[in-house]
Write a protein that binds this ligand. Structure first.
Ligand code: SER
Length: 477
């Protein structure tokens, strides 16, 4: 089933149950607690909090979402994405659990011929919040899910908030068992790759206050009314319904991935490391297209910085794939081809999106050129930023060794048999210099010398062109 079809089935089902179809809001909403819309419920937040009167008691939407918290996971797992679409049904003080649960079940398990997604009931598992006996009863007695496929989980897993002050409540999640070849038996509490979360039903009841993480915040009180916020990830659903292994291989994302593969000449599926890079490019290029479409420009702060970082990760990954030529224009075009059937407005913005992305790419490529092209030095740099002054010699030493593997250091063996190496860049001792913003980080004296000694003593290499500074790019650039 194509992504566009999954989306329209969701909207149609809930429309037939009296929900108003609300178009996706922009990724940029005027909410001081968020950089981007990070959940389908964000546009409706004032209705949950009672700050504004909802124009409808029930709504359904397929909302564009950007989440960058787990950006390092993108491409490595089957299910992390920086951009995705969340299908959701919402009740603002209208129905509650007793209807939200059967609705979700009916849509998931109704046959495809009857407008549903056709999931076999015995492949679905559910989780509920620890003390939510009411939901357990609905799942078991009303819907008929056997008790052994209902699991209770604590706040970290089954209590949802936006991560910042706002509406919150216990939730109940539905998982699909992809089978033993994907991991361990035992339900979602045992393995979240085998048991893939497909739908989260949040029972919005409380308002949370300030506090870190998913568990450490005060509950300020009850919301004016009990409401429903659900989220079904369109891309995950597509992966299941299209029988592919991960969300990067579904109909839409695959178009972008294949373009990256053509541009780089790297075949998808041939090498695990290249596959990760291709998936990162596919995910990130699309995110760039949507961010620029909604009005973000690359910059050094806030939203602009997020865009810059994501776009530069595309460029870096294309270089890892062996492509040093500009490719943003082609990747943006592929992203728009993939997404325009659902977001036709991308087509009229295509020229603008492409030229902003291409200009940023050009700036970055010339920065890399000046830096000697070794963006991975930023890993050492980031490490140093995190560890600050206290970074130990051993850590630097180990990091520099890893640079050899990343080809940050040229290791050569001359014709006459002599082994030599050269740090890529000009050489001194004690600094990492970011060629993007010019920031400098001191390396503890002697670190590079110590590394040089190791190269000589352990590997029989002689250093040529010893460096004054290691030029790299810091985490910000
Ligand atoms: N707000 C919940 C989520 O994002 C359900 O929509 O998972």
């Amino acid at each position: 089933m194509e992504s566009a079809e999954i989306r329209s089935r969701f909207l149609n089902y809930f429309e037939s149950k009296g929900h108003t179809v609300v178009p996706s809001a922009s990724l940029l909403l005027d909410d001081p607690t968020l950089l981007f819309v990070n959940a389908g419920m964000v546009p409706f937040k004032p209705y949950f909090l009672g700050e504004a009167a909802p124009p409808y008691p029930r709504a359904v939407s397929a909302q564009k979402v950007v989440r960058t918290l787990d950006i390092e996971e993108v491409g490595k797992t089957t299910r992390h994405a920086s951009f995705f679409q969340m299908c959701g049904n919402f009740s603002f003080g209208d129905y509650f659990k007793e209807q939200a649960i059967p609705y979700a079940w009916e849509l998931l398990t109704s046959p495809v011929s009857a407008g549903g997604y056709g999931f076999p009931e015995d492949k679905l598992w559910v989780t509920v919040y620890l003390d939510d006996d009411e939901s357990v009863d609905i799942w078991h007695k009303v819907v008929g899910v056997p008790m052994e496929r209902i699991q209770r989980r604590d706040m970290a897993d089954n209590y949802w908030s936006m991560g910042v002050p706002g509406p919150c409540g216990p939730c109940s999640e539905i998982y699909y068992d992809r089978g033993p070849e994907h991991g361990r038996e035992g339900g979602p509490i045992a393995d979240e790759t085998r048991y893939l979360e497909v739908w989260n039903l949040v029972f919005m009841q409380f308002e949370r206050g300030e506090g870190p993480g998913k568990e450490n915040f005060p509950i300020l009180g009850e919301l004016p009314s009990k409401s429903i916020d659900t989220g079904m990830g369109l891309e995950r659903m597509a992966a299941l319904l299209q029988g592919v292994d991960n969300i990067y291989e579904i109909d839409t994302t695959r178009i972008i991935l294949d373009r990256a593969s053509e541009l780089s000449g790297r075949k998808y599926g041939a090498d695990p490391k290249s596959d990760v890079a291709l998936r990162v490019v596919a995910d990130h290029a699309r995110t760039c297209a949507f961010l620029i479409a909604d009005g973000v420009l690359p910059g050094n702060e806030g939203r602009g910085y997020v865009l810059r970082r994501i776009l530069r990760r595309v460029v870096r990954n294309m270089r890892l794939l062996g492509t040093n030529d500009p490719s943003m224009k082609e990747l943006i075009a592929a992203s728009i081809t993939a997404m325009a059937p659902q977001y036709p407005e991308l087509l009229s913005e295509q020229g603008r999106i492409m030229s902003i992305a291409a200009a940023e790419e050009e700036t970055f490529l010339s920065t890399l050129e000046r830096a000697g092209g070794f963006a991975s030095a930023q890993e050492v740099y980031r490490l140093m930023q995190r560890e600050g002054e206290s970074i130990g010699l051993t850590t630097v030493y180990r990091s520099l060794q890893s640079l050899v593997n990343d080809k940050i250091v040229d290791v050569l063996r001359r014709d006459d048999g002599e082994a030599i190496y050269r740090l890529c860049g000009e050489a001194h001792h004690h600094h990492l210099v970011c060629k993007g913003c010019g920031d400098t980080v001191e390396i503890e004296g002697g670190a590079i010398e110590k590394w040089a000694k190791m190269m000589a003593e352990e590997h029989g290499f002689r250093e040529v062109g010893h460096t004054a500074e290691i030029f790299g790019l810091c985490a910000k650039c």
